[in-house]
Design a protein. Sequence first.
Length: 248
Amino acid sequence: GSHVIFRGQDLHADLKDMDWVELFVFGITGRRFTPEQLRLMHALWTYTSYPDTRIWNNRVAALAGSARSSGTLAMAAALAVSEASIYGRGIDIRAIEFLYRAQKHLDAGGNLDDLVSRELKKQRSIAGYGRPLISVDERIAPLLALAHKEKLDQGPFLQLAYSLDEVLERGRWRLRMNYAGLAAALAADFGLSPREYYLYLFPAFLAGMTPCHLEALERTEGTLLPLPCSLLDYQGPTQRTWRHHNES
């Protein structure tokens, strides 16, 4: 063909100078973002790229390598399980949805203390606040430093996220804002809807997956997390003789 149209623009003329993340979010939203916003979007991916096989989705990528599956299948499977409701994309969607609900609640004359109490009574947690293993999230400081450098740390949703953090801190819950809460607030300040935010975050773990997969490929096949039969506590039927369906 003569040309390619991407969101109403000529891909090889109008969009030829875009980097990949810029093109990716343009495809999702149909909107252009400032260089400062794009640098923060890059960082949101970079700061989540942990090349640690102990992380659940990276383990899938590594197991695929240990089983000598292809790299494409390894990454696809690892990204698929990244939809986890506690650590992965599920919590991200709930975090940004809660911020939008909280802002709507305030706009209607409500207060955050009532909203937080009601949310915790109903859900027993608030997406974007608290962490299962440790109370401090090591990704927050560098992301906030970058947001400050790019003058993107004064948006209304980020201020709302801080206010929620204060309510939870002074209450008996002692929950603090985690990376999901901070990232969701920044995304909301960029104008991303929950669906747009979800699609933008889809590859966020990807850079940390490939080292895990490659490391497993360099080791002996089948040696990642080997599970000996002696560790299995099977309590089902005992060993049975297979009988073909034609036998009587």
